[in-house]
Write a protein that binds this ligand. Sequence first.
Ligand SMILES: [Zn+2]
Length: 248
Amino acid sequence: MKALRSLEIKKIKLLLILMFSVGYSCLIFSKAFASPPPCKPWQILVKQHHVNEHNRDLTTHVNAYNKDSYCRAKFHNSDFWGPKLFLKKSEWKKHELLTVLELLASLPSYLEIEINSFRRQSKSEIDKNPASSNLSDKSITLYDLFFNEKLTPQKLILAHELGHFLFIKLSPDEQQEFVVAAGWRLGNLNLATRKIELIRPAKLLKEDSALEPEEDFANHLEIYYSNPLLIKKHNTNAYNFFIKRFLK
Ligand SMILES: [Zn+2]
């Protein structure tokens, strides 16, 4: 009888240990799955919090609830730009990435253009150049000068670079419309290249606008973005071209 009782006590003990260990592992398991997903470097974690009952709009009433932790984009649009910026983060300092992300987030939606990657190099081959674009591999490279630039605001430099990509996104008809509006004229046929040469506008927006219509477009876009009235003063036709398509 005594032996039977001690056997029963052993059984109960074993059962209690089993119940405790199963319960504990369930707790760990549920905690692991209740934790928020790890946030990306361009996101921030919003911790679990209580939401009071409220009216979402005139017709929708929302009862109070506990909202789980979640990851939110650090800046407007950073879910769009972040993956492209953080792609090659070894070349970057983290604060530089966040600066660029913040700047990109402040740009208008017409400059949300698919760019494969943003690169970081110390110096451009061209003197005093803060940034450059490579249309063939769809990349933008930013140099030390971009981060030390005092004269041109950084977001205008970015708007300019993205302007190059925006130009090649335009249809041939739209490109031609810009070229005419900006004051470019048809010249003679170049027998070597078999192309009709373009004569640059008499009044240039910037000195390097003379290089080609694409550079001229990027310059126009940069100034249109910063101060549209300057474009209007410079050339009403070009202003009308931009205002028709790219509203902030
Ligand atoms: Zn340019």
